[in-house]
Design a protein around this ligand. Structure first.
Ligand code: SF4
Length: 265
């Protein structure tokens, strides 16, 4: 972990529903094997084992917000804003405080229940909260997302925010064929969305550069069948078609609003 100084924080983004993105950390200690942020960041350091802490983020942001239109800021669009160093540095909390005080709506996405620390802050402003839950199977989650909160703890985040009337969404993705995409496993996740009145957004695996290299060894042990499907473009696209149909059907049954993530339909 190293402290760095950043020259700018707010970036324009084309992500749906967002106008700016903001990431107080570069690198992510959650270390999800399927993460494609390293490719987006052109990062060659071992993913999951480093983080650059933008120590002057609040200071820079205070200056930036003075001149910008008050539009929605996605917090944690590239790396998780509530990953472990946030407990010590509190940069995400300070940035959110500044944004809300200045009248910017915020949309936060995480896999960590550290966000519950900021429940009061987020409840008091124009915010929405998204939580990624790829599966409720603790063993699979531990193998794929070693540094993130357990799925049950993430589900609790949705429960707490939703019970405060904050708009929530559950990101179900990436789906891994023959590992996390069975009827039973999808049903469990959809039930969390139903009980928390969350929108469900689903996505397939994005095989950007480096992803297969990080996944391969774990999948060889955990589910060789998954690996076989991922290595075959035709099997992969058939699996995705079936997954979409399954998710849409289960969501319809449970009365959950759902949609595919940007670019994955
Ligand atoms: S939490 Fe998000 S940014 Fe962090 S490693 Fe996992 S997928 Fe990547």
């Amino acid at each position: 972990m190293r402290e760095v100084r950043s020259r700018s924080l707010l970036c324009r983004t084309s992500l749906p529903g967002l106008h700016y993105s903001l990431n107080p950390y570069r690198g992510c200690l959650h270390g999800c094997l399927y993460c494609y942020s390293p490719s987006f960041l052109r990062e060659t350091r071992p993913w999951g084992r480093f983080v650059d802490v933008k120590i002057n983020a609040p200071e820079v942001l205070k200056e930036e917000v003075r001149k910008k239109p008050r539009k929605t800021v996605g917090v944690g669009t590239v790396t998780d804003p509530y990953q472990p160093p946030e407990a010590r540095f509190g940069l995400t909390r300070e940035c959110i405080r500044i944004l809300l005080e200045e009248g910017f709506p915020v949309c936060v996405q995480t896999k960590s229940d550290l966000i519950l620390r900021d429940l009061e802050l987020l409840s008091g402003g124009n915010s929405e909260v998204g939580v990624t839950i790829t599966t409720l199977d603790e063993g699979i989650a531990r193998a794929l997302e070693p540094g993130a909160s357990t799925p049950r703890r993430r589900a609790r985040v949705l429960e707490e925010f939703s019970s405060r009337g904050i708009s929530t969404w559950l990101f179900l993705g990436p789906l891994l064929p023959s590992l996390t995409d069975s009827e039973e496993k999808i049903r469990e996740v959809v039930e969390v969305a139903a009980s928390t009145r969350s929108l469900l957004i689903y996505d397939r695996l994005n095989l950007k550069r480096g992803v297969m290299g990080r996944l391969r060894e774990t999948l060889e042990e955990l589910s060789p069948e998954t690996l076989g499907i991922l290595l075959s473009p035709s099997l992969r696209s058939r699996a995705w078609k079936e997954e979409r149909e399954r998710i849409e059907r289960v969501c319809r049954e449970k009365g959950v609003r759902c949609e595919p993530a940007f670019g994955s339909s």
